[in-house]
Design a protein around this ligand. Sequence first.
Ligand SMILES: Nc1ncnc2c1ncn2[C@@H]1O[C@H](COP(=O)(O)O)[C@@H](O)[C@H]1OP(=O)(O)O
Ligand SMILES: [Mg+2]
Ligand SMILES: [Mg+2]
Ligand SMILES: [Mg+2]
Length: 305
Amino acid sequence: MSNNINLLELVSACIDLAEQSGDIIRDVFKSGSLGVQMKAEDDPMTKADLLSQQHIIGGLNNVFKDLIIVGEESCEIPPSTTIPNIHKLDTQKDNLPQQFQSLDPKDLIIFIDPLDATREFTLGRVHCVMTLIGISFKGKPIAGVIYQPFVDKEGHESTREESDKWTGRTVWAIVGMPVESVQDKRAPEDKDKVIIVTTASHYTQKIEESIKKINPDKVIKTGGAGYKTLMVIENRADVYVFPSVGSKLWDICAPHAILLAVGGTLTDPFGKDILYSTDPSLIENKNGIVITTGNHKKYIDLLNK
Ligand SMILES: Nc1ncnc2c1ncn2[C@@H]1O[C@H](COP(=O)(O)O)[C@@H](O)[C@H]1OP(=O)(O)O
Ligand SMILES: [Mg+2]
Ligand SMILES: [Mg+2]
Ligand SMILES: [Mg+2]
């Protein structure tokens, strides 16, 4: 029997599971007992990272057979009774590109970052925290789901004192379909500026040099690969520059798919495409990443001059 997958049903399940993981992540945060473990120096994992990944993979495996899943955390997946809703996007059926209606699971890889910006999570800077579920097909991202637990439905950030406003936001896209959940959030005073967004916690001399080459009007340093890519997608920044080792395929697959759906570009700092693969030697974005929604070649040329 064919186990072929309809992409809309898979994305629907991913949205449902990411939203449920948001409840898990908020509950762990509010409990005040994060259970921080260091996987390596500068690489924390909490109870929320683990429970979120177990919930998502357990739920996906209950509905889809033969899925190839690459999750950030190395953990057992306990038996799960969760059956995700595969019908959340049924109203979009007519918009689904024909080639995505019946996909061989052998051609798909699901990249899961159960909690992006763990360091910020442990420090209480929770606005950058996201669950990221990306779907690649034959090496390229085709769909992405982002869930932000610590913002409201519009993506507005609020403090811990206003935690009743943390209703959460989902952003999702399938490449080739209209994107509904993304807004242009450029501040009027930033209209003609060049704005770079980059890491707050892994800032290096090399990043400093790259920024000088672009000579921007403004540099925003903040946490999370998903959060920074979303800043570019929503036009709060022009280019996300991270010309260093550190991010992995699960950090970028979901944001990359949403970026592609809005016409943006993600490459390494030399302009080379990223190949989404299960090959352990390719999981790390060794050269780094550059993300734009326009003028990509201009920024790559500046970085390599
Ligand atoms: N040196 C590193 N080791 C592990 N993960 C990293 C490293 N650098 C970046 N990351 C991942 O990329 C994200 C973005 O990095 P930064 O905040 O420095 O821009 C981090 O939140 C982290 O994801 P995660 O929190 O899911 O482990
Ligand atoms: Mg991590
Ligand atoms: Mg991450
Ligand atoms: Mg993570």
